[in-house]
Design a protein. Structure first.
Length: 583
């Protein structure tokens, strides 16, 4: 199925939710003029439709292949990636001193959203690289920045993040990889890296001539747990005197996983130092590994939230295409017995409209979050705290939406959706990983109530709730939801709720807060669309009025029913001991 980028929608949200025009008023982002933004939106849309979308299907059916440590991408992928690099799409928000374009992070998110909707699995490659660039730029030495950033920002080299080990999943503190100081020879001052990492996205591939791995490991005598972890830059190939790829660095891809979806994204088991010859250099100081890695992880969590938007957009487009073409049964009550396209039937209309409303709400939440990341870069008061609260919301709620809409897409296709040849099943399979990686959505909810609830003494959360209330005004359901969220936040932050109680209610609370925030953003879009339409006949604005109303009238009220679960406490979860629970 063909793909068309939702360029008009993206421009609307960038302007009215991300406030891209206001960002461009600052010298730091002066390059993000209205003409430039529109050119980027249109350009990446055409690129994604022409280069990434056509190879999405072969990516699923053929996938990445492993052979004796080497990973080969499907036909057309290397050429498409080269075009991505040559077009400058990898460097949008990279620092200008290292060859980047210095534009807002919101536009980098746009690049990933558009490319990911065209080819979800393939876009994981630049997504992880963007995070690696941010980590090196934030924590690397001047020499490290000079050595790695220019080629990584251009896309000539890609980057990875290496946390997980077989015995250490979400519990990163249990990792065992080691880093022994090298005291003499050509690598003196660096470290000998040894260990195995799993679930490494694009840890090996044939797209570029080097891959820069960021690897968590322990130095000798390091404290237990996360406080004893350091971060190391470990290139696949050593660099010569001119900074080009040279000899292999004892980095081996042992295997790739056989997965439910994202077959074009090689998920690698990586071995470092099997021959005791793997060399890395520390970044961020000894025991500063988690701080440096969290820079990358927070970037990745927002970008994974974007993946919810990506797969929802693609699944919705395909569902609409099928529903428009598939003719079956007469319209009930029409008096005409001629069969009609299934998009004319009420329940199919409900599914399509629900998909559109959820997708647009998630997109608004995505760009609302990225705009506050950009605001934090500019030093705007409150932007950093707001971005921190929004990160688990877009990662958790955004990816939940991606799964729901992909499932709806299969349902719209009926029996044909369960048949692989239509492609609807691929979206459903691809979507399922997003709530899992970069911290499961349960971890996002725990982060929300464990850390973000108390930011700035609780003022950051109350400020967001206050903004939701201010927008709600005559929206009874949205105002009620905002007040419920406030009540739950106060209960969780007070002395009546135990840690177990807070964690037991964290997921429904996250969903309620995310829904309320999206409700605020959809209400704002409705107001703007009404003003811009002003009695006219713009199909886009007319559709915007309907999708925003659907979200406010149907989806916001659904979230009201989650209060009981959010405040139900943990008692019911522990009335059975483990043996009784599994009986």
């Amino acid at each position: 199925m063909s793909f068309t980028a939702p360029s008009r929608e993206q421009n609307f949200v960038l302007k009215h939710i991300a406030n891209i025009d206001a960002l461009a008023e600052h010298e730091r982002f002066a390059g993000a003029s209205e003409d430039m933004v529109e050119a980027i939106v249109e350009g990446i849309g055409q690129f994604a439709a022409g280069e990434f979308a056509p190879i999405n299907r072969i990516g699923d059916t053929v996938g990445a292949k492993w052979n004796d440590g080497a990973v080969t991408m499907p036909a057309g992928f290397k050429e498409a990636y080269s075009q991505f690099v040559e077009g400058g799409w990898a460097s949008i928000d990279g620092p200008e001193e290292f060859g980047g374009q210095g534009l807002p992070y919101s536009l980098s998110a746009l690049i990933l959203e558009t490319c990911g909707a065209a080819n979800f699995a393939f876009t994981l490659c630049p997504m992880l690289s963007f995070g690696a660039v941010e980590a090196i730029h934030a924590h690397g030495s001047d020499e490290q920045k000079a050595t790695y950033l220019e080629k990584m920002i251009s896309g000539a080299w890609t980057g990875t993040m290496n946390l997980t080990e077989p015995q250490a999943g979400s519990d990163v503190g249990a990792l065992r990889a080691t880093a022994e100081p090298i005291t003499e020879g050509e690598h003196a001052g660096k470290y000998k890296i040894k260990g195995q990492k799993i679930y490494i996205t694009f840890g090996e591939h044939d797209l570029t001539d080097n891959i820069i791995h960021l690897v968590l490991a322990r130095t000798p005598g390091a404290p237990e747990g996360t406080r004893g972890i350091s971060l190391f830059i470990v290139p696949k190939f050593h660099l010569d005197a001119d900074g080009n790829s040279a000899a292999p660095n004892d980095v081996t891809c042992v295997s790739i996983e056989h997965k439910l979806g994202i077959h074009a994204s090689p998920t690698c088991v990586m071995a470092y130092g099997e021959n005791d010859q793997c060399v890395g250099e520390m970044i961020g100081g000894e025991f500063g590994g988690m701080k440096a890695m969290f820079t990358m992880m927070n970037n990745a969590r927002i970008n994974v939230g974007s993946q919810g938007v990506q797969i929802a957009e693609r699944a919705t487009q395909q569902a609409i295409s099928y529903a428009t073409d598939r003719v079956q049964s007469a319209r009930a009550g029409s008096g005409n017995k001629e069969p009609v396209a299934i998009i004319e039937h009420p329940d199919v209309r409900r599914m399509i409209l629900r998909s559109k409303a959820l997708t647009q709400a998630a997109r608004a939440l995505l760009y609302y979050a990225t705009s506050h990341v950009d605001g934090a870069t500019l030093g705007i008061e409150g932007a950093k705290s707001r971005a921190e609260i929004l990160t688990p919301l877009i990662k958790g709620y955004g990816t939940d939406i991606g799964n729901e809409v992909a499932s709806i897409g299969v349902q719209v296709h009926g029996g044909m959706g369960f048949v692989e040849e239509t492609g609807a099943a691929q979206h459903f399979r691809d979507a399922r990983i997003a709530p899992i990686y970069e911290g499961t959505n349960g971890i996002q909810a725990a982060d929300l109530v464990g850390r973000k609830l108390g930011l700035d003494g609780g003022n950051a959360m109350m400020a967001l709730i206050g903004d939701i209330k201010a927008e709600a005004k005559d929206e009874d359901a949205l105002m009620t939801l905002a007040m419920m969220v406030e009540d739950i936040a106060n209960w969780m932050a007070g002395g009546d709720a135990s840690i177990d109680d807070r964690l037991a209610g964290s997921y429904p609370f996250m969903t309620m807060l995310a829904t309320a925030t999206c409700g605020m953003l959809m209400k704002k879009q409705q107001r703007i669309a009404e003003t811009e339409l002003a009695g006219g006949n713009d199909p886009f604005l007319k559709a915007k009025l309907v999708t925003t109303r659907y979200y406010l009238d149907h989806l916001v009220p659904e979230a009201l029913g989650l209060k009981a679960a959010a405040m139900g406490g943990a008692d019911i979860l522990y009335r059975l001991d483990s043996e009784e629970l599994v009986a």
